[in-house]
Each structure stands twice: as C-alpha cells, then as structure tokens.
Design a protein around this ligand. Structure first.
Ligand SMILES: [Zn+2]
Ligand SMILES: [Zn+2]
Length: 394
C-alpha cells in the first residue's frame, strides 16, 4: 500500500461510498420526486432550512467555536453545534477540529490534511478518500481542550448514531409531519447533505485557489467575495488565516458573513459571549504590510536601483506611519466618545465637543487613507521596463 505524506493510507471505501452515494441518491431522488409529484416549493424550502441550520452549526460551531474558540457559549448552544453539526456528516467535532487545527498550523505543507498544493481535487474532496493512519496521540495532540470536554467526547462516541438520526431520520419525520416523508428524506436529507458538505469542501479548495490576498502573502488562503454567501461567510479566508481567533471572517460590515451575524444574534440572546475581535490597527498593519510587500516585489522584479529602492521605501514608510497614527488617534477618540456618552450626568455640550473631535479624527483618517491609496496606485503605475523612469514617477 502507498502511504501518503499526511500519513493516510489509500483508500477509505466507507467514505468513498458515502461521498459518491449521497450525490447519486440526491440526484436520482430529486428527479424521481419532481417526475412523480412535480416541483413542490415546500421541498426546496425544507432543504434550505436544513442547509441553514446544519451549515451554521458547522461554520459557527465546528469551525469558529470548537476549532478556533473565537467566542464563548454555554451548554445549550454547544448542544446545538454538536447535534445539528453531526447532521452535516463531516465527522465528529473532535476529528474535524483536530484536522482543522493541523490545517492552520501547517498550511500548504505535507502535514496540512487538505493541502491545496496537492491539487484542487485533493484539497476539495480527495483527502477524505484516504484512511486515517496517525496514532490517536499524534492526531489529537492539538485538541487537549476538546478531549477534556464531556459533551465533545459524548458526540464523538455517538457520532454514527447522531448522523443517522439527525441527517436522515429527522428530515424524514419533518417531511412526514407535512405528509411527505420520502420527499423529506430526499430534500432535507440527501440533497441538503450534499450541498452542506461541498460548501465546506469549497473552503479547503476554492478559498485557497481563487481571490486576492489582502492580509497575508505567506500562504495560499484567499479572500473570495462570491464564496461568502455560499459558505455563510467562510470565503473571506485570507483574513481568517491571518486572524484565526477572530469570530468574524468577513471583517467589513458589507462583507456577507452569515456566521458572524449568527454569533452576534446568539450574543444578543445571551447564548454567546466574549466574542474575540482583532483590533482595527492590527488589521490595518497587516494590509499595509501586504501592500508594501507587493511594491517591493515589483521593484525587485524590474531590477530597480538601490537609490530608487531607498527613495520609495522612505515614502512608503512615511505614508504607512501617517496612516497608522491616524488610525490610532481615531480609535482613541472613538473609545473616549463612547465612554463620555455612557457617563451619567455629562452635559449636551460635552457630548457635542467629543462628537466634533471624533469627526475631526475620522476626516484625518480618511485623508491618510486617500494619500496612502494614491501612493500605492502611483507606484503600481510605474513602468515595468524602465527603472530610470521610476524616480520621476515615484
Ligand atoms: Zn479555520
Ligand atoms: Zn484554509
């Protein structure tokens, strides 16, 4: 037998049968159901609801809670993650999180269980076709916190039972309640399971393949806006690899990150707390470093002279320092403004003064951002083949 670099032996026929069998059952079952009963909106709605419920248990539970501990929650939400997460049939949380922590720690190497450098197909689904051969000590050494959790151990022990119950029996029963048990199994069970699984698989493949890398260039993870809606926000993967403890993946308010909103809603209901957020200056620092790195790579590629390097670098460092200072000043003013607002007995005049201060620092930040963007754009317009021309353009 051939042993792969990740210690997996070919082949796991149980996994292969499941991963090939479920799409076939979904396709044949859905075709049969439409042929016999016509298209029924309830069936699609049923599949979507199960997709949302189980998908969020994977992204918000398996991933952001158990693998990354990006927030805290009590037993009710933990149970939701464990029981509904099992319905996605993506392994117990113990195994899932252990693999995922290896992925982050050893990304793009042979120890990465879904290493994209072994090909798109392998990272997407191929890696699941192989048997696990690492010893329990080796496999679980990065999840000591989960091994200590009795609920996690309970889910791991009863995982096969939970899969049958939650992935197949439960949707059948919901369908039966509406007089459509078989359609419930087909749409809420098979069709939904295929969609949820490939949504997760896309993070390991497409989110390491398509899209820009605004926060880190040292690994293959990408930010990918079109994966955002499909994967409940997990598509902003470059940010996630850089700041994996953050409960958000789509860090900007306009980035579609359903999981971030789900966690916020759980906090609003008192079911989650201590959400971890990366401070804005750190996020900015990462972005600026990447943009500087790009300019430096470009200068190296075109063989710019040392004099030019020095000149451009000093402009970049000055622009970056101005931008970071403006960000720090704005953050400080915002904290002060909020604390003044909460202070009992503060006069309206004091509020107005702090609000004016905040507006001032916001304008300064916006100005620094514009100047930085202008500088980077001007450097990116530099001619490729004429280093002499660079000094005037820079
Ligand atoms: Zn992750
Ligand atoms: Zn990744």
């Amino acid at each position: 037998m051939i042993r792969s670099e990740t210690g997996r032996l070919p082949l796991d026929y149980g996994n292969i049968a499941f991963l090939v069998g479920t799409p076939l059952a979904a396709l044949l079952g859905a075709s049969w159901s439409v042929y016999h009963y016509g298209f029924v909106w309830f069936d699609l709605f049923h599949a979507i609801v199960w997709y949302l419920i189980t998908g969020l248990a994977v992204t918000g539970g398996y991933h952001r809670y158990y693998a990354h501990r990006s927030y805290e929650c009590g037993r009710p939400l933990q149970l939701y993650h464990l029981v509904l997460g099992a319905a996605a049939a993506e392994n117990s949380v113990l195994n899932w999180a252990a693999d995922h922590r290896f992925h982050h720690r050893f990304v793009d190497t042979d120890k990465d269980p879904y290493n994209i450098l072994r090909g798109f197909f392998y990272a997407h689904i191929g890696w699941v076709f192989y048997q696990e051969t690492r010893s329990p000590y080796e496999r679980y050494r990065n999840v000591p916190d989960l091994l200590k959790d009795p609920l996690v151990r309970w889910q791991d022990r009863w995982y096969p039972f939970l899969v049958v119950l939650m992935a197949f029996v439960a949707p059948t029963l919901v369908g039966a309640a509406f007089g459509r048990p078989l359609a419930g199994l087909i749409w809420g069970g098979f069709v939904r399971i295929v969609i949820v699984q490939h949504m997760t698989f896309l993070i390991n493949s497409a989110a390491h393949f398509f899209g820009p890398r605004p926060y880190a260039l040292d690994n293959t993870a990408r930010d990918n806006w079109w994966l955002g809606p499909i994967t409940f926000g997990e598509g902003y993967h470059n940010f996630h690899h850089k700041f994996q403890a953050d409960y958000r993946n789509g860090v900007r308010w306009y980035q579609f990150d359903l999981t971030k909103w789900f966690v916020l809603a759980m906090r609003g209901m008192g079911l989650a707390w201590r959400l971890k957020r990366t401070p804005e200056p750190l996020i900015l620092k990462a972005r600026l470093e990447v943009e500087m790195q790009r300019v430096e790579n470009r200068l190296a590629a075109i063989g710019a002279s040392e004099r030019l390097w020095t000149k451009i670098q000093s402009r970049l460092l000055a622009g970056r320092s101005r931008f970071e200072q403006a960000m720090r000043a704005y953050q400080h003013a915002r904290v002060e403004y909020r604390s003044q607002k909460r202070r009992p007995g503060a006069s309206g005049e004091i509020h107005r003064q702090w609000a004016a201060q905040l507006r001032h620092y916001r304008r300064e930040l916006s100005e620094a951002r514009k100047r930085w963007t202008g500088l980077i754009e001007s450097l990116n317009r530099l001619p490729n083949s004429s280093p002499q021309g660079l000094s005037s353009g820079a």
